[in-house]
Design a protein around this ligand. Structure first.
Ligand SMILES: NC(=O)c1ccc[n+]([C@@H]2O[C@H](COP(=O)([O-])OP(=O)(O)OC[C@H]3O[C@@H](n4cnc5c(N)ncnc54)[C@H](O)[C@@H]3O)[C@@H](O)[C@H]2O)c1
Length: 406
């Protein structure tokens, strides 16, 4: 059964694969979207799929089919779009099954956990595009009004020449969080820790605004958790093709958990986004202002530069404004609007597999650089030069010493 998107009004029939935390979220997002109907829930653990189906039925919507495999769902009901919400290291394998069956595909972030599989899905997505299929990767924060305003100013020249940026995710994840799923905190299925799982959104937003990353230098550590293989803290510097320089900092060991934040700085303007909302935004109003700023002696800051954040996004997308209703649902909802429209109109989605491949390569490059102790070129990561490098993360010497004295 291939995708039937010929009827412009019928909702697209969505199958969600992986009915865990985010799979249930996709189902809820689809329930709120007139362009989608959830027809199947797939989970290797049958109780997860039936539990999610119970939730949908309780809203008054028709109960979706539940199956243990994607193949069974495809064989048993008509499906237009498959959303892959499994553990990260299974994304490509499940997406391939959906594409082989002629379905449009939505893949949760990150694209996958290895570069060979990421290259494989990039090739499959390119050939699927020739057959009229849409493949998009979830990066819902690219659709937040604050991120859109920053990207527009960065790409459209509003910030002048973008000189630098900083992405910092200072979160807290308990030991209980890592213990809650066997796949969490493993190189094989989580693909990494604070950067690959938690930080990848913010890294993606930095990359989106600053350009194509060229080279990365990084350090990683496992400083505050037990029984995980991956890093809980990482820092890196990145050089972009425009010459812009970036800093990445991601941790799940920042008690009690602060914000995910990124900043973009340029010769004519700058912005800061904090937890998906604009914390600062300024674009020089005119050439005279810039001329005066450039020629004033001893000026360290432009005294009369006003914060324009409230002028560029609605108040619920400004730090300090009222919260956006159902913010987490709204984020995926905005990206699903884009995906439905891309399928309906035959255009590329707002976030393509190639976009996700570059962000994944940046994260993978960070791990390779930290492991080898040398700068790493992102194109070499994409081309497979470092496919064999097994990441190594060093535990905290302080924690080890504390353990020894107990
Ligand atoms: N975009 C976001 O903000 C966001 C937030 C959280 C998680 N995620 C991503 O979503 C993915 C899932 O994360 P989660 O927190 O929901 O994990 P989870 O462990 O809660 O859910 C994963 C589900 O997949 C099921 N599963 C495993 N193998 C399967 C298979 N072969 N076929 C079908 N189902 C299978 C598991 O039984 C489980 O129910 C990860 O890739 C994660 O990075 C994205």
């Amino acid at each position: 059964m291939t995708a039937d998107t010929t009827s412009p009004t019928a909702p697209l029939r969505l199958a969600v694969v992986g009915a865990g935390v985010i799979g249930r979220h996709h189902a809820r997002v689809a329930l709120a979207n007139d362009g989608l109907v959830v027809v199947a829930l797939v989970d290797a653990v049958p109780a997860a799929a039936t539990g999610a189906a119970d939730e949908i039925e309780a809203t008054g919507a028709p109960r979706p089919l539940t199956t243990a495999t994607i193949e069974d769902a495809i064989a048993q009901t008509d499906i237009d779009v498959v959303a892959i919400c499994s553990p990260s290291g299974m994304h490509v394998q499940l997406a391939e099954a959906a594409l082989d069956a002629g379905k449009h595909v939505v893949i949760e972030k990150p694209l996958d956990t290895t570069m060979p599989r990421a290259r494989q899905i990039a090739a499959l997505a390119a050939s699927a595009r020739e057959r009229g299929l849409v493949v998009s990767v979830i990066s819902q924060h690219r659709f937040d009004p604050a991120s859109v305003a920053v990207a527009r100013a960065a790409h459209g020249g509003g910030f002048g020449r973008v000189t630098s940026g900083v992405a910092s995710v200072a979160w807290y994840r308990s030991q209980g969080y890592y213990d809650s799923g066997d796949w969490r905190g493993t190189w094989e299925l989580d693909g990494g820790g604070a950067v690959m799982n938690q930080g990848v959104h913010t890294v993606d937003l930095l990359v989106w605004s600053l350009g194509r990353p060229v080279e990365i230098s990084a350090q990683i550590g496992l400083l505050a958790h037990d029984r995980i293989e991956v890093e809980d803290t990482a820092v890196a510097t990145v050089r972009f093709d425009t010459g812009a320089l970036g800093v990445i900092h991601c941790t799940t060991a920042a008690y009690p958990g602060l914000s995910a934040r990124y900043a973009v700085y340029g010769t004519q303007g700058s912005a800061v986004v904090d937890d998906d909302r604009l914390a600062y935004f300024h674009v020089a109003p005119d050439a005279d202002t810039l001329e005066s700023a450039a020629t004033t002696a001893n000026a360290t800051a432009v005294a009369d530069a006003v914060d324009q954040k409230s002028d560029v996004v609605p108040t619920e997308h400004v730090v300090g404004g009222p919260p956006e209703a159902e913010h987490f649902l709204a984020g995926h909802g905005r990206q699903y609007d884009d995906i439905v429209d891309a399928i309906r109109t035959g255009r590329d989605p707002g976030v393509t597999v190639d976009d996700a491949l570059v962000s994944l390569a940046t994260v993978r490059g960070l791990y390779v650089s930290a492991t080898l102790g040398q700068p790493v070129r992102i194109d070499d990561v994409i081309d497979g030069r470092y496919d064999d490098v097994v990441p190594v993360v060093h535990a905290s010497p302080v924690a080890a010493a504390e353990g020894a004295t107990r």
